[in-house]
Design a binder for this molecule. Structure first.
Ligand code: PLP
Length: 436
């Protein structure tokens, strides 16, 4: 019966009255109401548009409303909208085949999940069962997801093979700008971070360590490209001790770094790769684990005690197939690489030359961070008040930013155009001037 068009205020009020939001104190919410989008642009209910340089949660790699994905989802809707994971489904099988065609040749199968967190849950489960060990080493500067307790709460037999003491150990990874190792060069940082990891493995007991779980390029933690030799050194350490190497490519994969997988830029072959986000840009929730031949073979005769009702959901699978085909035919990975090298890198470095409080510019492809500091010598991060003002200035100028701690992550869709990058750079420049 509603006749008046929706306003942003209507939508935000209805939302905050009924929707419980992630990672927030519910009384402090002030959500931006978004009504629609196309490519690298989104808009609200009152005709205001924004360049989406957040890619939402760094997941819309193919941009908003790509017609090929929309068409594939609609087509699948008329065929079969849901199917139990135990059945064979053609769309799901093709989705797995397509994902594997871009993964290292040592990879054998894909296990589908609903998103990134449960991809990591299942990768850890596979590593524990494969090795018969318990501990997992990961890094302080990382994000791997938000699940943890459901299988342990489960009462039936499925709990039993998953009852580990759940030892988790954290280490520092390389981050030269804020080195924990007093390093001055990337080589020193890689070597010393590896030495710290090696000593941790030795003191924890290599025989107790099932897996190392690393984001190939830590994303939310700051877009920290690993220095040459680091990932290769981690691989060698894993080989030495029979530890499973899990690379989390949930944020870094599918074009974000200008490669199909971020690991393609390094000489490293993981045992398990987790993915989500960019695989279908989140048009339908999906994630998964890409499994090596060796780990896959562990479960040839032995039951894999893991599963999800919507594993390989047909609508998600259809969107995965369409997304990968569009990436291939529209050279989207190549576009991300070119945008990074020819437009974002020089453009962001020019910004740093103009604005004293940009302490470091780092990244690759469409995966960049500006680290903002009060003082370039002490590298003291700018405070939350500064970042809040910057966010407002960016939004007021029509750019939807991704802000984490004292950083602006410049993470547009992989389909972004040079002209959109030019507009965004001008907005960052003006907004930085306004807050300085
Ligand atoms: N791993 C990484 C590297 C991520 O960035 C994220 C989400 O941001 C996750 C895992 C968790 O994914 P999801 O939110 O789909 O569970």
């Amino acid at each position: 019966t509603r006749t008046a068009p929706l306003t942003n205020t209507d939508v935000a009020a209805l939302d905050t009255a009924h929707v419980f939001h992630s990672w927030s104190a519910q009384k402090t919410l002030n959500p931006l109401a978004l009504a629609g989008g196309s490519g690298s642009t989104v808009w609200d209910h009152e005709g205001r548009t924004y360049l989406d340089f957040s890619s939402q949660l760094v997941n819309t790699n193919i941009g908003h409303q790509h017609p090929r994905l929309i068409g594939a989802i609609k087509e699948q809707l008329d065929i079969l909208t849901t199917v139990a994971p135990s059945h064979a489904n053609h769309t799901r099988a093709v989705a797995a085949q397509k994902i594997l065609s871009h993964a290292p040749s040592t990879m054998d199968k894909v296990f589908f999940t609903n998103g990134g967190a449960d991809a990591n849950e299942n990768a850890i489960r596979m590593a524990r069962l494969h090795t018969g060990r318990d501990k997992v080493i990961s890094r302080y500067r990382s994000y791997h997801g938000n699940t943890g307790a459901a299988i342990v709460a489960t009462g039936d037999w499925r709990r039993i093979p998953n009852e580990y003491s759940r030892g988790h150990v954290h280490v520092f990874g390389p981050y030269l700008y804020r080195s924990e190792f007093w390093a001055e060069t990337p080589e020193q940082e890689a070597e010393r971070a590896l030495q710290h990891l090696r000593r941790t493995v030795e003191l924890e007991g290599p025989q107790s360590i099932a897996a190392m779980l690393l984001e190939t390029v830590p994303g939310t933690a700051g877009i920290l490209l690993p220095p040459p030799g680091y990932l290769e050194g981690v691989r060698a350490l894993c080989d030495q001790h029979g530890i499973v190497l899990i690379l989390d490519e949930v944020m870094a994969g599918f074009g974000r770094t200008g490669d199909w997988f971020a690991l393609d830029a390094f000489n490293v072959r993981p045992d398990l790769i987790t993915f989500a986000k960019g695989v279908n840009s989140g048009y339908v929730p999906v994630g998964g684990v890409i499994i090596s031949e060796e780990i896959s073979a562990t479960f040839n005769d032995r039951v894999f005690p893991g599963g999800l009702t919507y594993s390989g959901h047909p609508l998600a699978a259809a969107s995965v197939v369409a997304s990968i085909e569009a990436f291939e035919q529209e050279n989207i990975v190549e576009n991300a690489a070119r945008i990074g090298a020819d437009h974002l890198e020089p453009g962001l470095k020019a910004l740093a030359a103009r604005h004293e409080f940009i302490g470091e510019v780092r990244g690759r492809g469409v995966f960049w961070a500006l680290e903002l500091v009060e003082d370039r010598t002490t590298r003291k991060p700018v405070n939350a008040g500064f970042m809040g003002k910057l966010k407002t200035e960016l939004l007021n100028r029509g750019l939807l930013p991704f802000i984490a701690d004292n950083r602006v992550h410049v993470v547009p869709p992989a389909v972004v155009t040079p002209e959109e990058v030019r507009q965004a750079l001008a907005i960052y420049d003006d907004a930085l001037t306004a807050v300085s």
